[in-house]
Design a protein around this ligand. Sequence first.
Ligand code: NAP
Length: 473
Amino acid sequence: MKKHLFIAGEWVESSQYEDLFSPFTREKIAEIPQASIEQVDYAIKAAYESRAIMTSIPAYQRAEILENLARLLKEKEQQAAEIIALEAGKPLKTAIGEVRRTIETYKFAAEEAKRIHGETIPMDAAIGGVGRVGYTMREPIGVVGAITPFNFPMNLVAHKVGPAIAAGNTIVLKPASQTPISAYFLAELLEEVGLPKGVLNIVTGSGRVVGDRLVSSDKVSMITFTGSPAVGIGIRNKAGLKKVTLELGSNAGVIIDKGVNLEKIIPRCVTGAFSNQGQVCISLQRIYVHKDIYGEFTEKFVEETKKLVCGDPLSPNTDISSLISPKDLERSLHWIEEAISEGAKVAVGGTTAGNVLLPTAILEAKSYSKISCQEVFAPIVLINPISSIEEGIGYINDSRYGLQAGIYTNDVQTALSSAKNLHVGGVMINDIPTFRVDQMPYGGVKESGTGREGLKYAVEEMTEMKLVVWNQA
Ligand code: NAP
């Protein structure tokens, strides 16, 4: 399979192609074009010159494009899931879940296209405003530069392309180098549903070259980035006055109070910790359990973890497959070793089967071990005892990150005070921090980023407010 760049509605050859390998088999799966700087500029120009086309398309037609895209994706659900499984090493059943969420994301985007509006301003509330009528409008921001990660290659692209089209913007998309096939697949679908040429442009190649050009171009009005904190902070520092939204990483935690129903909670925690090999920005990385139930919790957690099936992502039974790269496997093993040398114990996992890291639970890790204080992005979770809920909140807040957190408790006062005191973008009461549906506001505090996704909120970020005042005096 050989792919080409998608610019101005045409498939454009590049002078350079790189081989793409399956994360699981390490076999070559495709040849991917590496855009030159001139080709990135060409894509930006195409998007810039298509702004007028987009602003001339009424809301109901932008909604129709997105509705038709959702319908087409539904027809091709299996094909789309197989692409994700192949390029990202995501187990097929998890990949199908991602495609279904992507369909919902585009449907929500279609609905949001129809409710972009401003408000009237009570001008005569000020002495100087008497005799004036004022209202606001929301206008498209212009060219959106979208940079996306490998771990949800279809749905996280949808969280940028969907609201951008809904809001009447044009787009240059730079997908992660490991997962470009799903992005080109999206271009084929959007071509089929009649998105005008030049509205969506896709350029692949190294983030440092392609991404950097997008960030520094003065024709791009906004960068919407999802990825690692290090890259996100670099983008922010380079972007100048461009609007920037950053959806970055975390080391999400959950608190388990005594008296809760462990039979229900443990399967949720196992899913939260190991789904997509822990390569989820809100993956459950830290579990703080009340000391009265710590022994029972860890025993049952280990039992449940042992039921997971590890292997080929394309096999329908697989729960856990390989990490995205050999480098990440090596790093994860080092971090486990480091935690052990600092006094932690492995309760389950800690080793590999082929190039799959077995789901790993670590007990009593120190807060300064990397598996605790950095983003692990692998199937590794730590389980530590706490004497009080306040202690658990302290551990969760003692982090550079703050995306989402969870607490399981039967006590309403504990739930209320936790919601208030956890310093994160979203608190899940009686659920894992890994919970997300696509219309909810989603984003973090601290090094987890700035700005919110979730269709309504992303449309707000991707539009600019204009005030109109009529003088009737
Ligand atoms: P990454 O290495 O930061 O890459 C993300 C994207 O940025 C890729 O397209 C990458 O291109 C590009 N890039 C790399 N260097 C760049 C530069 N200097 N300028 C502009 N773009 C550049 O992240 P990843 O490994 O793909 O994804 C994992 C990270 O994403 C984790 O930290 C995870 O928590 C985070 N994440 C956050 C959310 C959220 O919503 N908060 C959701 C999912 C993932 P190349 O692939 O070519 O390097």
